[in-house]
Structure formats: structure tokens, C-alpha cells
Design a protein around this ligand. Structure first.
Ligand SMILES: Cc1cc2nc3c(=O)[nH]c(=O)nc-3n(C[C@H](O)[C@H](O)[C@H](O)COP(=O)(O)O)c2cc1C
Length: 257
């Protein structure tokens, strides 16, 4: 039997992204926050004239499985969805579980959401590719976590299939009720943490997605995290500039047999 390798064959691969060399480096003295640059907005601004869609209260829903032990035992990635539409109550609960706002600091400089975030900087935005949710037109929406409302962006009956194609042709995703897409606005994190921001944002996204996994499990919905996507096509689908804001992670969700 061939000997198992314990490290990459490639030499010089320092995996610096995963390491933490910056905390004692003094670089935080030079971040925009330290220089007195005003705090960026807690949430991506939107047209205040836009017609927003109300979501039901997230805590009103009755959970099928409320016990954490049970959720942890049964949670797994599920990729087979039925044509039964998701309810607006379920969608509301998933949005809230992923990024719902619990509190805003008195200074107005920090927001606290259901998922943790390094320094409460919360550099994520949540877009919804809606395919099969009752009372919602298929298309692209943004979850406004502070308002707990939806901002409609575009009606598009093909969007789930287009999203599946952008996700390296994972066509099973086209049957999702909703695909939650996390984008990053790195400056919200870099304003305080400079070069450390990227790793912290990636860690934050993992927390948010795990909340979706557990929320789905508690509602008897299927969920699968998605990192296999092509950057340009996904950013184009979500109408992001790919520089100041870009897609970093997705979660496909649907009803189960
Ligand atoms: C960061 C991350 C990225 C993933 N990307 C994909 C993906 O693109 N497509 C997919 O089918 N599953 C994806 N998955 C699901 C994993 O394949 C799955 O978590 C793994 O097989 C373990 O199975 P479990 O979630 O059922 O425990 C991803 C999971 C994580 C955490």
C-alpha cells in the first residue's frame, strides 16, 4: 500500500491566508478606523423609494424539530428537492437565521446578527435566488436584515437554472426553492482589520451558512452549501461589480419528500 502523505508535495505553499501573522504586526494602527475615516454603512444602501416586501415574523413559525441534539445528529447536505413550494414563513425564518439583526449598537457603528462576526463588522449581504416560494415571483431579491424585508431586484423565471449553470453546472440546484447567496463587501471588515479582513469574512460566511443548515433541519427542508461556482458569472447573476462586492458562498434550499 502506498504511504499516506501528511503534507502537500508542493514546497513553498505557506497557506498564509489561513494563518494569523497580523495581530502583533502593528498594522492595525494604520486601518481606516484608526485614521478616523467614518464607519461604512452597516448594510448596503438601497433606493428608499423601492417597494419592499414584508416578511412574516421569523419567530412565529412552529419548528418541526426544535431540539439542538437532534438537529446536529441528523444534519447533512441534501440535494434532492420536490416541486412543493416553500412557504414565506419558511423563507423568513431562513433569512433571519442566516443574518437576522438582533440589535444595533447605540453608536450606530455595529450591528449584531443571529450569526457571529469578527468585531461585529458583518461584511456579508444576502441575495435570494427565488425559484419556488409561495407568493413570490421567481427572480432575484436582497434580504434587508435591518428591516427584515425583501428588496426585489429582478423578476426572472430562469434564474435558478442560470444560477445552477454558474455553479459549475450543478443542475440539481435548479430545483431549489431558494438559493441564498452571500456576497462580501470587504471594506466593512477592512475598515477595522485591514489585511486580516479576508480570512475573517470567510469565517463569518461559514457561521452564517451553518445557521441555514440547522434552520433547514429544524423545518424539514433540505440544504447544501455551495462553494463550487464561477466568480464572473455568479457576480453577473447577482448584479455585483466583482470588486467592491462579490459572491463568496451559497446555500441551496428546497422541500423534501
Ligand atoms: C465550504 C463548503 C462548500 C461546499 N460546496 C459544495 C458544492 O459546491 N456542491 C455540493 O454539492 N456540495 C458542497 N458542499 C457540501 C459538502 O460536499 C458536504 O458538506 C460534505 O460532503 C459533507 O457532507 P454533509 O454536509 O452531509 O456532512 C460544500 C460544503 C462546504 C462546507
Amino acid at each position: 500500500m502506498r504511504k499516506q502523505r501528511l503534507s502537500s508535495k508542493k514546497t513553498g505553499d505557506s497557506h498564509d491566508f489561513l494563518k494569523a501573522h497580523y495581530w502583533n504586526s502593528g498594522q492595525f494602527a494604520h486601518t481606516d478606523q484608526q485614521k478616523g475615516v467614518p464607519c461604512p454603512p452597516l448594510q448596503k444602501p438601497y433606493d428608499v423609494e423601492a417597494d419592499l416586501i414584508d416578511l412574516p415574523s421569523p419567530t412565529a413559525i412552529e419548528l418541526e424539530q426544535p431540539e439542538l441534539n437532534g438537529l446536529l445528529e441528523t444534519r447533512c447536505s441534501r440535494r434532492k428537492f420536490t416541486n412543493v413550494p416553500m412557504t414565506l414563513e419558511q423563507l423568513s425564518y431562513l433569512c433571519w437565521a442566516a443574518q437576522g439583526v438582533r440589535n444595533i449598537s447605540r453608536s450606530g457603528q455595529a450591528v449584531f446578527r443571529t450569526a457571529p462576526s469578527a468585531g461585529a463588522r458583518h461584511a456579508l449581504e444576502t441575495y435570494l435566488v427565488i425559484h419556488n416560494v409561495e407568493n413570490l415571483q421567481p427572480g432575484l431579491y436582497r434580504y434587508l436584515s435591518i428591516e427584515h424585508k425583501l428588496l426585489p431586484i429582478e423578476t426572472n423565471p430562469e434564474i435558478a437554472a442560470q444560477c445552477a449553470t454558474a455553479c459549475c453546472n450543478q443542475q440539481w440546484m435548479a430545483k431549489s426553492g431558494v438559493i441564498l447567496c452571500f456576497s462580501a463587501i470587504p471594506y466593512r471588515m477592512a475598515w477595522r482589520y485591514g489585511n486580516a479582513a479576508d480570512k475573517l469574512i470567510a469565517l463569518d460566511a461559514g457561521h452564517a451558512c451553518q445557521n441555514i443548515y440547522l434552520a433547514c433541519e429544524s423545518l424539514n427542508l433540505g440544504c447544501c452549501g455551495i462553494a463550487a461556482y464561477n466568480q464572473g458569472p455568479m457576480d453577473a447573476l447577482l448584479k455585483l461589480d466583482g470588486n467592491d462586492e462579490f459572491c463568496i458562498y451559497l446555500a441551496a434550499v428546497g422541500t423534501l419528500v
